[in-house]
Design a protein around this ligand. Structure first.
Ligand code: ADP
Ligand code: MG
Length: 738
């Protein structure tokens, strides 16, 4: 039986045997195939079978009419009682009214401009109807408006299909309802020759995984929940293996490229820098330093991720690595996510290096190097000079934003790339960077992040890197205390916030006020859904003038946000660092890396609008000096709400790892993966970064072992294909972003 749609579908019967690579058009006929191709981008039998049910409805669903409530999206199985058509009174067109009955209750249906309907929905016919429940009239009578329908009567097979104990519910679209997919899948399985299993039998046995063919049948057609769970587990393995094989191949490939060896040299820049350090390195800094020094000296590239809480001193570690590379006669690049940070890095590098960082300038040290800043907002001439310095090798250290350095710069002899503070920089971008070293070699890569990375994310998004961490903060660092300020219940506390800031400033310190929105032209329009009831988030450009004229009158306020020009940002940061601005009102542009030790208090307005990790990052901007830091999470979310619980969690711990894990649990999977889930094809359908850590870890080991033994996977063509398909489908989206 071919699936029919409400519009009356065509049918081509296929009577051969179908393989997983066969075109759906041959198996299902032109019309259903076109629908599946258009709606799900499913072209082959395999594409369709990898479109898994989202859930399974127990028998009893479709929903009984008696249980319907307005607003629900429902499917009901019912018999047609009557169907009539008439002209509309005030408008062009016709309206059709039908009444259906499911043995307990009646339900009204309304259609528009379907004049043929009374001939189709004749009394006594059985059909499935799907749509959103609404109400009409004073009595608030329930109805379905323009529901989709699927006739069942006279088709014993179709009826039987929907009488199954478990009905698979597929990610569907408006034009391709779940049951049509169900019928297509059913039809495919009737002729399917079970596919060859890409997973080696040994792996299947070791992890007790059902065979692919059995798993596919079970996930679509089983009536047994335990069997479905086991099938899903097996299919998750396919996804995890695809990811981990790809990563294992990348790791192997990256590690086997030649790299510019940068052995340590005595009596050079690095040594001079160490001698001049105003503090002693923490044990962690020393240990990681040794590790990096050894890897930089090797002839294969270092590929490292350095995790460390905000303020743990990663920049010093990176700088020491860069100096070792400079001493070896090569260049180092430092990539920052924003222009503000790039400029700040240049300032702190100059501060740390002193005369060693001013080659060519008066009074520079003998072995001095030149530090060059490259950002998009650099005037054309300055940029040209900077690019020349990089290309000629005159510049030893190049600092810039990711995009700029990645795309346009040619280096004389790039030895090390340090990527700072980024959580939006994926495997593929890192691959691009690896092509920037001299002919045939790959530079060493050090990625630094202050966002603690949950294990699954480290195994996927950062799966091409070896991970190390700085776990302690430098001694003498004052702790940050965090307080939730519930202005909904205690409006007067807001005054207290401004008072605290005023006190800190009076004591010679500085403050941040962070808002979720810039303001001005980005104000949400009147017609945004929910805008009427929901207050727009507080905005920098609106709050700053209010503070200036009100509670913070007399203090020197500065403004920083994503629309400020590069020059403005730089000037503002410079004044703030110099203490010429008391209070910086800003968006999250200050989230990462900004280092002004004299800033001691931060008020985060509408704090409920930020993610946990983001709040943690933000508060890391205060308490970076010897004075204790204070972070005030201002919110009008009511006590006990989910939002308040999240804020309480941030206030309760300063452990970034714990918060990152909580954050991951609270975010939807789609956000984590950056993938569109509904109805579209996407690489990871079943695998969850939140809940499948163990499986991912096991797959990682298996993949590593297989790739070591057989880098090209020539012995495992099925696996090679699994990995290749994932990459092409997705452009490895999930590898890129968290
Ligand atoms: P991160 O980049 O990890 O957030 P930074 O490298 O910016 O941290 O360091 C934060 C501050 O701590 C800087 O002002 C830096 O000079 C200082 N610092 C780094 N290491 C030490 C140390 N071992 N002892 C004292 N201060 C340190
Ligand atoms: Mg830093």
């Amino acid at each position: 039986m071919a699936p029919r749609t409400g519009e009356g579908g065509g049918s081509v019967t296929f009577d051969g045997v179908a393989g997983i690579d066969d075109a759906l058009v041959e198996v299902l006929g032109a019309k259903p195939a076109a629908l599946l191709a258009g709606q799900l981008a499913a072209h082959t039998v395999g594409d369709l079978l990898r479109h898994y049910p989202r859930r399974y409805a127990d028998q009893g669903q479709p929903t009984p009419i008696a249980d319907l409530t307005p607003g629900q999206d429902v499917t009901v199985v019912a018999e047609v009682r009557a169907c009539t058509s008439r002209r509309m009174q005030r408008r062009e067109g016709t309206i059709q009214h039908a009444v259906i009955w499911d043995g307990s209750r009646e339900l009204d249906l309304t259609f528009f401009n379907q004049k043929h309907l009374p001939r189709v929905l004749t009394a006594g016919r059985m059909a499935l109807f799907a749509g959103r429940v609404s109400t009409y009239g004073k009595a608030r009578t329930l109805q379905l408006t323009h529901p989709r329908y699927q006739l069942l009567d006279g088709d014993a097979e179709a009826l039987a299909e929907f009488a199954r104990p478990l009905i698979p519910v597929y990610p569907a679209t408006k034009d391709l309802p779940s049951w049509t997919i169900q019928l297509c899948v059913r039809q495919v399985f009737e002729v399917l020759d079970d596919p060859e299993d890409p997973l080696p039998a040994g792996v299947r046995a070791a992890h007790r995984l059902p065979e692919l063919g059995a798993a596919l049948r079970a996930v679509h057609r089983s009536d047994d929940r335990a069997q479905i769970t086991s099938a899903q587990h097996r299919l998750k393995w396919d996804e995890a293996m695809a990811v981990q094989l790809t990563l294992a191949q990348r790791r192997l490939e990256a590690a086997s490229r030649p790299a510019p060896a940068c052995p340590r040299r005595d009596g050079a820049l690095a040594a001079a820098f160490d001698a001049a350090l105003p503090f002693t390195l923490t044990t962690g800094q020393q240990e990681v330093g040794e590790l990096l020094a050894a890897e930089l000296a090797a002839t294969h590239p270092m590929n490292r991720l350095l995790q460390g809480e905000v303020g743990s001193g990663k920049t010093v570690v990176a700088l020491r690595a860069m100096l070792q590379v400079l001493d070896a006669g090569r260049q180092a690049a430092l990539l920052a996510p924003t222009e503000v940070l790039a400029a700040q890095h240049v300032r702190s590098l100059h501060a740390m290096l002193g005369a060693h960082g001013r080659a060519g300038e008066l009074g520079s040290a003998e072995q001095a190097t030149k530090i060059v800043l490259l950002t998009g907002s650099l005037p054309a001439r300055a940029r040209k000079q900077a690019l020349l310095d990089v290309a000629s090798g005159a510049a030893g250290i190049v600092v810039g934003t990711h995009a700029l350095i990645q795309d346009r710069v040619s280096f004389a002899d790039l030895g090390l790339v340090v990527v700072d503070e980024q959580h939006r920089f994926g495997v593929e971008q890192r691959d691009t960077l690896r092509t920037r070293a001299p002919e045939g070699t790959s530079p060493h890569v050090l990625v630094m992040t202050a966002t603690p990375i949950p294990r699954t994310v480290a195994m996927t998004v950062y799966g091409d890197l070896e991970v190390c961490a700085l776990r302690e903060l430098p001694r003498g660092r004052a702790p940050i205390s965090t307080t939730v300020v519930p202005v909904g219940e205690k409006p007067s506390w807001l005054d207290r916030v401004w008072q605290r800031i005023t006190e800190e400033v009076a004591a010679g310190r500085q403050a941040y006020v962070v808002c979720p929105r810039i303001g001005g032209e980005d104000a949400p329009g009147e017609d945004v859904p929910g805008a009427a009831s929901e207050r727009p988030p507080l905005a920098v450009l609106e709050l700053a003038p209010q503070l200036e004229e009100g509670p913070l009158a007399g203090l020197r306020l500065g403004i920083l946000h994503g629309r400020s020009s590069g020059n403005e940002k730089d000037a503002v940061m410079r004044s703030f660092t110099a203490g010429e601005i008391d209070v910086l009102v800003a968006t999250t542009v200050i989230e990462v890396g900004v280092d002004v030790p004299n800033a001691t208090v931060m008020a985060i307005m509408d704090a409920q609008r930020f993610g946990l990790s983001q709040l943690h990052q933000l508060r890391g901007r205060v308490g970076r000096g010897s004075h204790p830091g204070l972070c005030l999470l201002v919110t009008d979310s009511p006590a006990g709400s989910a939002a308040r619980q999240r804020l309480d969690a941030v206030a309760a711990t300063t452990d970034g790892f714990e918060l990152a894990q909580r954050d991951l649990e609270l975010r939807r999977e789609g956000d984590v993966l950056g993938a569109v889930q509904s109805g579209r094809r996407s690489g990871l359908k079943l695998l969850s970064l939140r809940s499948d850590a163990d499986l991912i870890g096991q797959a990682r080991q298996v993949a590593q072992r297989l790739v070591r033994a057989d880098p090209g996977l020539t012995e495992h063509p099925g696996l090679a294909r699994l990995a290749a398909e994932l990459l092409d489908e997705q452009r490895a989206q999930f590898l890129q972003k968290v």
